[in-house]
Ligand binder design. Structure first.
Ligand SMILES: *[C@@H]1O[C@H](CO)[C@@H](O)[C@H](O)[C@H]1NC(C)=O
Ligand SMILES: *[C@@H]1O[C@H](CO)[C@@H](O)[C@H](O)[C@H]1NC(C)=O
Ligand SMILES: *[C@@H]1O[C@H](CO)[C@@H](O)[C@H](O)[C@H]1NC(C)=O
Ligand SMILES: *[C@@H]1O[C@H](CO)[C@@H](O)[C@H](O)[C@H]1NC(C)=O
Length: 831
């Protein structure tokens, strides 16, 4: 039925979901069409679960004007170095390094190719590696050394090497002082690793052998240090991040600077039938020199602890994927932000947790250790160590107390201390997240990377704005207001669902850079111009943006580039209301004016009205009464459809949107239409003809422009005309679906069904585009549109279910319904 209907109107199912008119947030999706229905189930599932699963307020789909850098035949843009001093972004890919203009990365300033030799490639292939994929030189390390020099390493066909590289007179040059890269850069291009340059010392965490079986945390300098090769130190680790915290600064204890390392590894401390992965933070002291007899040329300060980022419901520990340190001039106030994904591939719930550096330090400085004990014959169990701890405390840096006992470096540490730490590098307690729970829990495309900008807003406060990359090429921009996580927007950076593999931030230029296998993309940290109305600008609660009353614009006010902006804020000339979303100061001129139209009986009339926020719900009011969606009036995401209009339908239609902001409901009138009966007097000057043909009785699908096109958000405008036909089609389809669902309910036949099951044809055999949409968050938010209304604490966040099995389940009593199954018709026979 559906197929025939669509084909009759020249809308084959293939066209339906093509990218041009794909059901994005500003177009219509079948999920939205089901919004009314889904609302029945949401109150139950929302009260059952916690309120954490966030919906981005706006969804910005892929736009062609995105600044992209890629070169034909070059892949794996995985390594970046921001050189604000040179005005460059250095980008490492497979066998090449680029120097790009930092303000426009599509401008290539210089390039240097670094290919493997045929000999190396042959050698690598001979050892059983894939010649074209693994036996190449993947640039994995790029660090600043001094003004014009950089340190660069590549995997070099499973034989890592490093070199110095200079940028001068617009040219990139490799110095050819080839250095051994073992331990500094992975052999395997698919292996995660991390490194930082501290002064002239390179700290790296990777594996040091061809097989990838010997992990190491290495400091390469003339007093090189490394980790002990023991599973209690590192147990099949996956290194993700490293950074330096200058803890010697203003330190009353005379403590040392420390390098923090984040990774995941196989747990030794749990009895588990299988390998259990846990997330860790470890740290070493910068001035560590190793031990004299024990731990010679090994870290004497390597301590590690489990990182806790538990979900509200029992689940396996989540796995850290990336970390970002938000530095504070007072280092004790610095905060690590980390993204986690589930270790079970059947779940798709990503989390973000933050950790107080002081809390981590406190745990390492005063916490209990774990110790191995042999139970039964050979089984080793790790339990809390409750015996005496030697002094100086194992793992501690050399501080004033140690110096007062004549221990000036780690070489002076007693064997007792060193033996203790060699055998017990693991702390008993885990590091708890800052707020005691994750900041953000989100179902959908997994998080891969994050960076955090610390933005000074007009109220004088600093806000940490999180930019989180996902495995389908989106960036989620989120901020925490008084404990409530708010996703300002999500932005699709890649046309195809590419996994974001690297992210870098340049606060001074206000740009974010992401890299994937396909290419590098540049994105401004804010695009305030996207908000055309004061209401939208203020409700966006974006700390970068404020509404400038005199200019009538939403402008970038971040980091108070101009002192005058702060003055303007306090004198009320710039409106920004981050915590409250208070729109009361917005100009009244933004209220909508009624539009008059003539009603021709027998026509189908579409009255457009689209909320400009994913968090808003639309209501229609007709002659002072709320208008229900029924067989005659169909309310959907883009407006109201009146089928087969009659004279009774004349009157005033008001479209109102309700948006939940910080526990308050903000009601806005979006549009007012006055339908006036056709008086047969030869046309009135104040009225316009309705959009569809005069004599048709059934829904007429037309590609003509719609005279009832009201002022809509810019993103919707271009697509609006094209999707008119689609809207009608989906409206009809949705009505049929409601019927189907009602019948199903009646028969008690709600059952789980995966999208993989059933039928033939385009709609049931998802195309690539279809799959993409489904993976992206855009599909996932739709059923939640009505959620805020029913949400008791009016949080923007709501969890549907954490019992992730890769599908989205809304529970209601014993019935489970699956969005996949409902949102799309898999087979004509189902209608
Ligand atoms: C490099 O990119 C190609 C093409 O997308 C991909 O197939 C391959 O897995 C990537 N290699 C690495 C090491 O990520
Ligand atoms: C980068 O491009 C901008 C214009 O897009 C130009 O003003 C600037 O000088 C360029 N920077 C460098 C380092 O080339
Ligand atoms: C490292 O070597 C350089 C020169 O080779 C020397 O000047 C420096 O003092 C050495 N540093 C240490 C810690 O030994
Ligand atoms: C981090 O911990 C320290 C010491 O416990 C505390 O003073 C500080 O307020 C904490 N920082 C945050 C952001 O909670």
């Amino acid at each position: 039925m559906l197929r025939q209907y669509l084909e009759r109107h020249g809308l084959s199912p293939e066209i339906q979901w093509s990218p041009r008119i794909r059901p994005g947030p500003h177009a219509m999706s079948p999920f939205t069409a089901m919004g009314v229905f889904c609302g029945l189930f949401l109150p139950l599932s929302l009260s059952e679960y916690n309120t954490l699963n966030c919906i981005p307020r706006k969804s910005v789909l892929y736009q062609n004007n995105m600044k992209l850098f890629r070169e034909e035949g070059i892949w794996n843009y995985s390594t970046m170095l921001v050189r604000e001093d040179l005005g460059l972004l250095l980008l490492g890919a497979r066998e090449v390094v680029y120097a790009l203009n930092i303000s426009d990365i599509s401008i290539k300033k210089a390039v240097v190719y670094w290919q493997v030799t045929d000999e190396k490639q042959k050698d690598c292939k001979y050892k059983g590696k894939h010649a074209e994929i693994e036996c190449r030189n993947y640039i994995r390390t790029l660090h600043k050394v001094d003004h014009s020099r950089m340190y660069v390493c590549g995997t070099n066909a499973f034989s890592p090497i490093c070199d110095y590289m200079t940028y001068s007179e617009g040219k990139l040059t490799l110095e050819n002082t080839l250095e051994e890269g073992k331990g500094k850069c992975p052999f395997d291009p698919f292996q995660r690793y991390s490194s930082i340059m501290v002064g002239n010392d390179l700290y790296s965490a990777t594996s040091i052998n061809f097989l990838g079986s010997e992990p190491v945390v290495l400091r390469s300098s003339n007093s090189s240090l490394r980790t002990e090769f023991k599973s209690s130190w590192l147990n099949e680790p996956n290194f993700v991040y490293m950074d330096l915290v200058p803890e010697s600064m203003n330190n009353p204890e005379g403590d040392d600077d420390k390098v923090y390392l984040f990774f995941s590894e196989n747990a030794v401390e749990y009895d588990f039938y299988n390998k259990l992965v846990v997330s860790r933070v470890a740290r070493v002291c910068k001035k560590d020199m190793g031990g004299q007899r024990t731990l010679q040329r090994k870290w004497t300060s390597f301590l590690k602890a489990r990182l806790d980022c538990s979900l509200p419901e029992p689940s396996l520990p989540s796995v850290v994927q990336d970390v970002f340190l938000v530095k504070d001039s007072d280092w004790g106030k610095s905060v690590f932000y980390a993204v986690f994904t589930p270790q079970s591939s059947s779940s798709d719930v990503s989390t973000v947790c933050a950790y107080n550096i002081s809390a981590i330090g406190h745990l390492f400085d005063t916490g209990k250790f774990k110790t191995p004990v042999t139970v039964e014959t050979s089984h080793v169990k790790w339990v809390m160590y409750s015996g005496e701890v030697p002094t100086p405390r194992p793992g501690a840096c050399i501080n004033n107390a140690a110096r007062s006992h004549g221990m000036m470096s780690s070489l002076d540490l007693p064997d007792k201390t060193l033996q203790f730490i060699r055998d017990r590098p693991l702390m008993d307690d885990a590091v708890p997240p800052l707020t005691g729970r994750p900041l953000l829990v989100k179902k959908g495309a997994k998080f891969t990377r994050l960076v955090v900008d610390n933005v000074l807003a007009l109220d004088g406060e600093r806000y940490a704005v999180l930019f989180i990359g996902t495995e389908n090429g989106y960036v989620q921009k989120a901020v925490n207001y008084a404990g409530e996580m708010f996703i300002i927007e999500e932005i699709q950076l890649y046309q195809t669902p590419d996994s974001i593999k690297t992210m870098r931030l340049s606060s001074s230029t206000g740009q974010l850079y992401t890299g994937s296998d396909y290419g590098a993309v540049q994105m401004p940290l804010s695009d305030c111009g996207r908000y055309e109305l004061c209401l939208d600008c203020v409700l966006a609660r974006d700390p970068y943006c404020g509404w400038d009353l005199s200019a009538g614009l939403c402008s970038d006010v971040s980091n108070s580039k101009y002192a005058s902006e702060i003055t303007s804020y306090f004198s009320g000339k710039i409106i920004q209301s981050l915590k409250e979303g208070d729109i009361s100061k917005c100009p009244k001129s933004e209220t909508v004016k009624p539009e008059n139209y003539t009603l021709f009986p027998g026509n189908n009339i579409k009255l457009p009205c689209q909320p400009d926020s994913n968090l808003a719900v639309v209501h229609w009011i007709f002659s002072g009464q709320p208008l229900p969606s029924d067989t005659k009036h169909y309310i959907y995401n883009e407006g109201l459809l009146i089928l087969n209009a009659s004279a009774d339908d004349a009157g005033q239609y008001t479209c109102e949107s309700e948006e939940q902001v910080n526990s308050r409901t903000i009601t806005r009138t979006m549009a007012i239409y006055r339908l006036q009966p056709n008086t047969h007097t030869g046309g009135s000057e104040t009225t316009t003809e309705p959009p569809y043909g005069h004599s048709t009785a059934g829904p007429e699908v037309t590609e003509e422009t719609d005279p009832l096109d009201p002022p809509l958000p810019p993103a919707s405008r271009s697509e609006d005309h094209r999707v008119v036909g689609l809207q009608v089609a989906v409206a009809i389809l949705s009505l049929m679906l409601v019927g189907l669902v009602a019948w199903n309910l009646y028969k008690g036949q709600f059952r789980k069904r995966s999208s993989a099951t059933s039928g033939a044809g385009q709609l049931k055999n998802p195309s690539i585009n279809y799959t993409h949409i489904q993976n992206s968050r855009t599909s996932e938010i739709k059923p939640l549109r009505t959620a805020p209304i029913h949400n008791a604490n009016n949080n923007h966040c709501a969890i549907i279910t954490l019992k992730g099995n890769g599908e989205q389940n809304f529970s209601s009593g014993g019935n489970t319904m699956n969005v996949d199954g409902l949102g799309y018709i898999h087979d004509e026979s189902e209608i």
